[in-house]
Design a protein around this ligand. Structure first.
Ligand code: FMN
Length: 397
């Protein structure tokens, strides 16, 4: 093979609009925010096996396309909880978005509203849920971590209801906080960055101006429930794991079903038996997830167990999947395996870090263009036409 004159490398500047893929956006994001903030976003737990396997499990699936199908009239619309969505994408709940951009939660919500897909706000967001609702509009879902003080959960349920959130997403896979060792190594002591990381922060004046001039972001949804020493994101990160209590159970789901009037989704399901319990408890949907590889490390990848969960409850509930989705063809694979929709976490966060709201919009548009292209190249006019028979490979049973 002939040598390449210039070699292959990603665009090296800071203009996120030039990113041709989520990976290229990630490379731009690595320059835009300090190392410790990016590590918090990227990292997984312990040896990061689940994180890596999320990607390999998706990569192992390959399509067998149809040919000679007229695909001029194609679309990626889906029905989601009684409404039409222009794409099967949903922005996943992620905490501490204010570390990447000031008012990062609103930027994500506004970008989602711009393309017409749902945005899920985390309990540990850096903006109050009411503020996000008043700025963004669109389809807003509220994620719930049930922390030690159940009064906080009652407060969030009541406020999200009053603010008109469409769905409540109860996260159940963080009953014990994942041990993200690479994240911890950036700190000398909890909340105190190491010297190299402090120098690295100083090398990001634009980030400092954007984020730090507004003060270190707070966990605004929980202000009434946290002790003062936990209130800022800096000290709160250290305090955070203490918030999570391993005593959540199906009684909490029953209580939520009673207290929450609209769509209730359980996020953290990885086996058909639990999916069945969620259906029996009157939930409207599940998110099949391993929290993006940030919790249990030796954990199956959601796409491996997706088909069994779809056969168990797919006719009773909406089945959403996440963890590791970086390309439109990943999304089409999940839909072929029976998922109704796909949540993206980091893919949207790379956009946020690289370019704020417009960067998130760019990330979503890249994914949507890829979904569209994949459909066309598969000889499909819509996501209704993809099915498991179009896939080979995947995990051994
Ligand atoms: C930086 C970061 C913060 C997260 N915070 C939350 C959270 O507050 N609540 C939650 O339910 N899931 C949280 N998650 C998990 C995501 O909702 C989602 O399951 C995961 O990001 C999907 O994997 P992906 O990032 O590979 O798309 C977080 C994930 C990341 C990367």
């Amino acid at each position: 093979m002939a040598e390449r004159f210039l070699g292959r490398r990603f665009y090296r500047g800071g203009n996120f609009q030039r990113a041709l893929s989520i990976e290229e956006l990630r490379v731009i994001a690595t320059r835009a925010v300090p190392n410790f903030a990016l590590e918090y976003v990227e990292g997984g737990s312990e040896d990061e096996q689940a994180l890596a396997w999320n990607r390999s499990a998706l990569d192992a699936l390959r399509f067998v396309p149809n040919t000679l199908v007229d695909t001029r009239e194609r679309h990626q619309r889906i029905g989601l909880f009684g409404q039409t969505s222009p794409s099967p994408l949903i922005i996943a709940p992620t905490g501490l978005n204010g570390m990447l951009r000031h008012h990062g939660d609103a930027a994500l919500a506004q970008a989602a509203a711009g393309v017409g897909i749902p945005f899920t706000l985390s309990t540990v967001s850096n903006m109050r849920l009411e503020d996000v609702a008043s700025r963004a509009g669109g389809r807003l879902w509220m994620q719930l971590y049930m922390i030690e003080d159940r009064a906080a959960a009652r407060d969030i349920v009541r406020r999200a209801d009053r603010a008109g959130y469409e769905a409540l997403v109860f996260t159940t896979d963080a009953n014990l906080f994942g041990h993200r060792e690479w994240d911890k190594r950036n700190y000398r002591t909890p909340g105190q960055l190491t010297l190299p990381n402090l120098f690295d922060v100083a090398r990001h004046p634009r980030w400092m101006w954007d984020v730090l001039r507004h003060g270190i972001p707070w966990f605004d949804n929980l202000v009434d429930f946290l002790p003062p020493e936990a209130m800022s994101a800096r000290t709160g990160v250290a305090y955070f794991p203490k918030l999570f209590v391993p005593n959540i159970d199906w009684d909490d789901v029953a209580w939520l079903r009673d207290a929450w009037p609209r769509k209730l989704i359980i996020k953290g399901i990885l086996n058909p038996a639990d999916a069945g319990k969620a259906a029996a408890a009157g939930c409207d949907g599940v998110v099949v997830t391993n929290h993006g590889g940030r919790q249990l490390d030796s954990c199956v990848s959601p796409v491996e167990v997706l088909p069994d969960i779809v056969s168990a409850v797919g006719d009773k509930m909406t089945v959403i999947v996440d963890s590791g989705f970086r390309r439109g063809d990943d999304v089409v694979k999940a839909v072929a395996l029976g998922a109704d929709a796909v949540m993206v976490g980091r893919a949207a966060l790379y956009g946020l870090a690289a370019g704020g709201e417009a960067g998130v919009a760019h990330a979503l548009n890249l994914l949507m263009a890829e979904i569209d292209r994949t459909l066309g190249q598969l000889g499909c006019r819509s996501l209704d036409e993809v099915h498991p028979g179009m896939l080979v490979g995947g995990a051994e049973k």
